[in-house]
Design a protein around this ligand. Sequence first.
Ligand SMILES: Nc1ncnc2c1ncn2[C@@H]1O[C@H](COP(=O)(O)OP(=O)(O)OP(=O)(O)O)[C@@H](O)[C@H]1O
Length: 303
Amino acid sequence: MIEAIGLTKRYGNTVAVDDLSFTVAPGRVTGFLGPNGAGKSTTMRMILGLDRPTSGKALIDGKPYAQLDRPLRTVGALLDAKWVHPNRSARAHLQWLAKSNGLPARRVEEVLEMVGLTAVAKRRAGGYSLGMAQRLGIAGALLGDPQVLLFDEPVNGLDPEGILWIRQFMQGLAAEGRTVLVSSHLLSEMALTAQDLVVIGKGKIISQSSTTEFIERATENSVLVRSPQASKLGPLLVDKGYTVRTDDDGSLSVTGATSDQVGDIAGANAVVLHELSPQRGSLEQAFMQLTGDSVEYHAEIGK
Ligand SMILES: Nc1ncnc2c1ncn2[C@@H]1O[C@H](COP(=O)(O)OP(=O)(O)OP(=O)(O)O)[C@@H](O)[C@H]1O
C-alpha cells in the first residue's frame, strides 16, 4: 500500500506537487494519470525517497522510504530504463545490483526468466532495443521480490507488442496481490491497463476512483436524434430542461437526457424518429479538459 498525505513539492516559485493525498491499494493496477508536467515523476521520486517533500509525506506500508528496513525487498521501481551501463550485459548489470543490495545471485536468473531476457542475457545492454531495456529495468525492480512497484511511463516509445507485454505483465503482478502504480499521460492506455486511477493536473488531485467511474464522469453523454419533425421535437426537449443543439444536417444533439427519455417524449408527442442513438465523447478530449483547467475545475467542485 502507498499513501500520499498532503504531499507538496516546490522548486523555487514552481509548485510541482500541490497538497496531494491519495492511496494505492494492493492487488490492483493503479494508473497515475496527468498531462506532461503535471507532477507525476516528482511524486514518484518523493515516494521513493529520491526527493524530499516541501511538506506532507509519502508512505510505503505505513513508513517513509528512508525508514524501511529492507527497501529493495519492499519496493521496486522503474524510473528511467536508460541508466544501465551500455557495456555491461543484462546479467552482469543485475548481478551487480543484487550483490550491492545483499540479494541472492540466483534471483538474477529468476527475474531474467520472468521478463523473457534469458536468451539475450549475455549481450551488452547498450545494444538493446527500447523494449528490451524496459524489460531489463523491470527485472531490476523485481530483484528484491517487492510487494510494491512503481513504474514511470513504462510504455513510452514502445511498439504495440511491447505495450501489450508491459500491460499484461503489470496486471499479472497485481493479480499476485502486489501494489502496482503506473504513471502515464495517456488515458486511452490507462483505461486498458488500470483498474483504479489517480488523476492529477498542475500538481493537484483531480480525482481518485475506479477507471470505470472516471470514464463515465469524464465522458459527456449525448443522444443523436434524426427526425423529419426535428423543429417540433427540439422545443419539447428544451421545455424538459435538456440541452439541444441543431447540427448542420438538421439532426439534434441532446445532452442531459438518456435515449429512453428522448424516445418517450417523441412518442408522447407523435414525433416520427429516423434515428435515436446514444453518443460518447472522446475520452482523451474529456481528460484534457479536466486536467487542463484543473484549478478552475477544483474550485467548482469545492463550492
Ligand atoms: N528539479 C526540478 N527543478 C525545477 N523544476 C522542476 C524540477 N523537477 C520538476 N520540475 C517542474 O515540476 C513540474 C512537474 O514535473 P514532473 O516531471 O513531476 O511532471 P510529470 O507529470 O512527471 O511530467 P512528464 O510526464 O513530462 O514527466 C514541471 O513544471 C517541472 O518543470
